[in-house]
Ligand binder design. Structure first.
Ligand code: MG
Length: 158
């Protein structure tokens, strides 16, 4: 048996206009993440978790935020590239567990859709948790959104 674990974290500032995408799902049309790409913190954390598990560096090395190619890019592209690297390294995803921290918007109406989207992307069971920051720090003041993801990989064919 050969297992690898990976962890990813991301945080983006929020602005009071535009469209907020989380796990590939639009969760608000009254705010957006300030970012070079679409600013999907959950997919950025997932990408970093996948890369981390195979010792593949981080999202910033792969998709430079000064590269015009990634301007407003869908972060699904980042996950797909990280997954390609996982498969090339001979691994597959066993499961993923994620946590989003946001004071707003309310995420419960979107959790099922996000979990389904990520499950289809990873071909593996996904769990998602969401919480506020109890009014503390930038997330708690509604100025930012953050996410953490852990993934487990196993060597393909085992
Ligand atoms: Mg990011």
């Amino acid at each position: 048996m050969s297992f690898r674990v990976g962890f990813g974290h991301d945080i983006h500032r929020l602005q009071p206009h535009g469209r907020l995408v989380l796990g590939g799902v639009t969760v608000s049309e009254e705010m957006s993440a300030i970012a070079h790409s679409d600013g999907d913190v959950l997919l950025h954390a997932l990408t970093d978790a996948l890369l981390g598990a195979i010792g593949g560096g981080d999202i910033g090395e792969l998709f430079r935020n000064d590269d015009p190619k990634w301007q407003d890019a869908s972060s699904i592209l980042f996950v797909e590239e990280a997954l390609r690297q996982v498969h090339d390294a001979g691994y597959r995803v066993v499961n993923a567990d994620g946590m989003v921290h946001a004071e707003r918007p309310k995420l419960s109406p979107f959790k099922r859709q996000i979990v389904d989207t990520l499950g289809r992307l990873l071909h593996a069971p996904v769990n998602l948790k969401a919480g506020t920051n109890e009014g503390m720090d930038a997330v708690g003041r509604g100025e930012a959104i953050a996410a953490q993801v852990v993934v487990l990989l196993e060597r393909a064919g085992e």
